[in-house]
Design a protein around this ligand. Structure first.
Ligand code: COA
Length: 185
């Protein structure tokens, strides 16, 4: 029988020093480096909760709130916010610390949907989540809300694709900064 696990069982923090080879032409840390670390910490957190191999199904919004500098210490804190049947939403908060001044800034928050994969290479059911604090309950409810909104968004996109026609589209684009120059009828 599948068990239930508390949020703290799989909470994971990954800390990494930002070395010069991680920087871009502007001297700041590449967004891709941060994304890769986020994927790593999400994997560890999801694998701990589900006791096994997981894959990244989706990433919901990565806003880069502040640049990360070379020499800063980046910490990524991950916890399971929501579990479905085979999927888990992992909330990740990223902070960056200047080691000389000890100023800490919040640089990213994101939500990774990870799916547990069984030995047969198919999605497998994950343990439920024990919610011990009000934050746990709020995050679970927000995760459910995010999942429902995403389903609505996908339906909306599909119906827009089906109902697409040039005329209604041109009306929508009237005040946008584009020039429509169709080359085929
Ligand atoms: C993610 C993947 C396993 C889903 O497979 P599938 O056959 O669609 O399986 P299901 O429809 O049963 O979905 C499994 C779960 O994933 C969730 N899911 C699938 N795609 C999703 C998406 N884009 N966003 C959020 N959740 C998603 C489903 O809601 C379902 O959750 P639930 O079981 O908790 O209700 C499949 O699309 C896949 O292998 N994708 C490639 C993943 C990958 O290569 N990642 C990068 C490297 S790790």
């Amino acid at each position: 029988m599948l068990d239930f696990k508390p949020v703290e069982y799989s909470q994971t923090t990954l800390t990494e020093l930002m070395i010069p080879s991680y920087s871009n032409f502007g001297g700041k840390i590449h967004g891709g480096i941060i994304l890769s670390l986020m994927d790593k910490v999400a994997y560890v957190c999801a694998a701990k909760h589900s006791d096994g191999y997981c894959i990244t199904a989706s990433i919901d919004v990565v806003d880069f709130l502040a640049p990360v500098e070379v020499g800063e210490l980046v910490s990524l804190m991950a916890s399971v916010n929501y579990v479905g049947n085979t999927s888990m939403i992992i909330g990740i908060r990223v902070v960056s610390e200047n080691l000389r001044t000890h100023v800490i800034k919040h640089t990213n928050t994101s939500y990774f949907t990870m799916v547990a994969i069984g030995d047969d290479n198919k999605p497998k059911q994950v343990p439920g989540l024990i919610l011990k604090s009000e934050d746990d309950v709020r995050r679970f409810a927000q995760g459910l809300n995010r999942k429902n909104l995403k389903t609505e968004y996908k339906k909306n996109e599909a119906s827009l694709r089906e109902s697409y026609n040039n005329e209604s589209c041109l009306v929508t684009l009237k005040n946008e900064r584009c020039k429509v120059a169709l080359t085929s009828g």
